[in-house]
Design a protein around this ligand. Structure first.
Ligand SMILES: Nc1ncnc2c1ncn2[C@@H]1O[C@H](COP(=O)(O)OP(=O)(O)OP(=O)(O)O)[C@@H](O)[C@H]1O
Ligand SMILES: [Mg+2]
Length: 294
């Protein structure tokens, strides 16, 4: 009995259920991105905005609504296009404006004469180098240059101010750099009083959690993407409704709950997830939380 249980763990619960890959991993893998109404609308409008080169886009969303996954999907889309030059910052933390500008110069692989040592340049020189690069790429080469910043709620005021300066580089009809900020709701609190930053936002979107229809569709999508070969409907309709009630449609919570439920399915040697199984997992988690608090 113990050997069988151990075997279940070492093989990976998902292969025992008939999957080729783990269906509900927590990584923001673009391959598992389901274009829910919320995500699809945000992404489509964002791509239009980037094409129009309007400057600054801000996407807000509560914890675990899918911002990083959407960033990855965006990169995946941009990678297919030769007329886009982009860089993504995953965790924006810079000691000074100089450091931030040097990081941009390096990450955009901006050519600088070998006699120049970046560390000896002041802020104005560094900004000039970036502006020259943006003019070359945008006006002469007709490319769109983009800076995408995830976890933008961590940006400090000085870096936000630098972004504002970069947005001042423009021609008569478009901005030379496109900036996309993706952040938790605190980002809004940070920028709301910065009038000259708020003024520059050309596209703003708040990602909401999914509705029940998209919750079901996301679960089905991930199951199919993971190469499910079972014959049965893996989650009953009642189980999905319960998952929606318990997670309120937050993608990270949906993922984590589905992951736990499928593991339990293997342990209990069952074939389909029903409402009772979902409730069992929720009650167990609640009991664990209460024990932790005591
Ligand atoms: N559209 C989607 N399709 C499929 N899975 C998704 C989708 N959006 C999010 N997920 C899944 O939900 C989980 C959380 O997503 P993600 O990390 O992108 O959220 P986040 O908004 O960046 O969270 P945080 O605020 O903590 O940074 C990930 O496992 C991801 O795979
Ligand atoms: Mg994230």
């Amino acid at each position: 009995m113990i050997v069988a249980a151990e075997q279940k763990h070492s093989v990976g619960y998902y292969s025992l259920l008939g999957f080729e890959r783990e269906p509900f991993a927590t990584s923001p893998d673009p391959d598992f991105f389901y274009p829910s109404q919320e995500h699809d609308k945000a992404l489509t409008m964002l791509l239009i905005e980037l094409r129009l080169r309007r400057g600054l886009s801000v996407i807000l969303g509560d914890v675990g609504t899918g911002k990083t996954t959407m960033c990855r999907k965006l990169l995946h889309e941009l990678n297919q296009r030769r007329d886009m030059i982009f860089h993504m910052i995953l965790n924006p933390h810079f000691g000074s404006e100089e450091q931030f500008l040097i990081a941009l110069i390096q990450n955009f692989s901006i050519d600088i004469p070998s006699r120049i040592n970046l560390r000896n340049l002041d802020v104005t020189d560094l900004r000039d180098l970036i502006e020259q690069f943006l003019i070359r790429q945008t006006i002469e080469e007709n490319k769109t240059v983009m800076l995408i910043i995830d976890e933008a709620q961590k940006l400090d005021e000085a870096t936000l101010e630098t972004l504002r300066v970069l947005l001042n580089f423009e021609t008569n009809d478009h901005k030379l750099i496109q900036i996309v900020l993706m952040g938790q709701l605190e980002l809004y609190a940070k920028i709301v009083n910065m009038d000259n930053f708020m003024d520059r936002i050309s596209f703003r979107y708040t990602l909401n959690p999914l509705d029940v229809v998209d919750t079901k569709a996301l679960i089905d999508f991930r199951i199919q993407r993971a190469g499910y070969r079972g014959y049965e409907q893996l989650f009953s309709d009642e189980a999905v409704s319960e998952i929606y009630v318990q997670t309120k449609g937050y993608p990270r919570k949906i993922n984590m709950l589905c992951h736990k439920v499928l593991k339990e399915l293997v342990i209990q040697d069952k074939k389909t997830v029903d409402r009772i199984l979902v409730q069992e997992i929720i009650e167990r988690d609640m009991a664990f939380d209460i024990r932790r608090q005591n």
